[in-house]
Design a protein around this ligand. Structure first.
Ligand code: ADP
Ligand code: MG
Length: 157
C-alpha cells in the first residue's frame, strides 16, 4: 500500500494540512488517527473541524466514545475508542461510518475489524519538539486522490 509522508514544523502547519483535508472530504468519509500522546491528534482534529467551518471547540472525547459536531459544511463525528472493551462489540459505529458526516477515529486499531475497508489511515510521529511526520495510507481511490492533492499542495510550502 502506497504511503504519503508530510513533515510539519509547527502545530499551525499540522492544523493547516488538516483544514485542507477538510475541503476534500465528503459525506461518509472515514479517517483514522493514531499517534502517541502529544503527537498532535487533537491539533489535527481541531484543524479539520476548523476547515469544515465548525465553530465549537473540539477536544478529546475522553469520557464519551463519540462526539458529534454540527454546523459545518459536514457534520464531524469524533470517536475515541480507547475505552471500548470488546473489540468485536457492535456499538453502532456503522451508522456513523455511513452517516452524513465524516468520522475521525482515534485508537482505531482497537476496533480494526469494524472499520470500513475504504478509509484514510493517518499516523503522526513525534520527531522533535516542533517537528512531526504525518504518514497517510489511503485505502480506495477516493482517498488516494486526496493524498495526492495534499502532497502536491505541501510541495509549494
Ligand atoms: P494528542 O492529541 O496526539 O495527544 P495534541 O494535539 O493534544 O496531541 O498535542 C500536540 C502538542 O504538540 C500541542 O501542544 C502542539 O502545540 C504541539 N506541537 C508542536 N509542534 C507540532 C506539530 N508540528 N504538529 C502538531 N503539534 C505540534
Ligand atoms: Mg488528544
Amino acid at each position: 500500500m502506497k504511503q504519503y509522508e508530510l513533515i510539519t514544523k509547527t502545530a499551525e502547519e499540522t492544523s493547516a494540512i488538516a483544514s485542507s483535508l477538510a475541503n476534500k472530504v465528503m459525506s461518509g468519509d472515514v479517517i483514522t488517527l493514531e499517534g502517541d500522546l502529544g503527537a498532535g491528534k487533537t491539533t489535527f482534529t481541531k484543524g479539520l473541524a476548523k476547515g469544515l467551518g465548525i465553530q465549537r471547540n473540539v477536544n478529546s472525547p475522553t469520557f464519551t466514545i463519540i462526539k458529534e459536531y454540527k454546523g459545518g459544511r459536514l457534520p464531524l463525528y469524533h470517536m475515541d475508542v480507547y475505552r471500548v472493551e470488546d473489540e468485536d462489540e457492535d456499538l453502532g459505529f456503522d451508522e456513523y461510518f455511513h452517516g452524513d458526516g465524516i468520522t475521525v477515529v482515534e485508537w482505531a486499531h482497537l476496533i480494526k475489524d469494524q472499520l470500513p475497508i475504504e478509509r484514510l489511515d493517518i499516523k503522526i510521529y513525534y520527531e522533535d519538539e516542533t517537528t512531526r511526520k504525518i504518514i497517510m495510507t489511503p485505502y480506495g481511490s477516493h482517498y488516494v486522490d486526496i493524498c495526492k492533492e495534499l502532497s502536491n499542495e505541501s510541495i509549494g510550502n
